[in-house]
Design a protein around this ligand. Structure first.
Ligand SMILES: [Zn+2]
Length: 59
């Protein structure tokens, strides 16, 4: 019997670009690919999988 892999806690994913896509990582956790754009605070949360993305500015 397969256990659903439920991820607890919030992961932060550092991005090097302000605009990027998320598809939930594919597999069972996947979702339709959507584009996300970091706002002025440099963070955005995927509305599908609730992953948090953090944009690291290089200066
Ligand atoms: Zn996502």
């Amino acid at each position: 019997m397969l256990k659903p892999e439920k991820k607890t806690g919030e992961q932060e994913h550092n991005q090097t670009s302000k605009r990027f896509f998320c598809n939930g990582g594919g597999g069972a956790l996947g979702h339709p690919l959507i584009w996300l754009t970091c706002g002025q605070y440099g963070t955005v949360t995927c509305p599908y999988c609730s992953k948090k993305f953090h944009f690291q500015q290089s200066e």
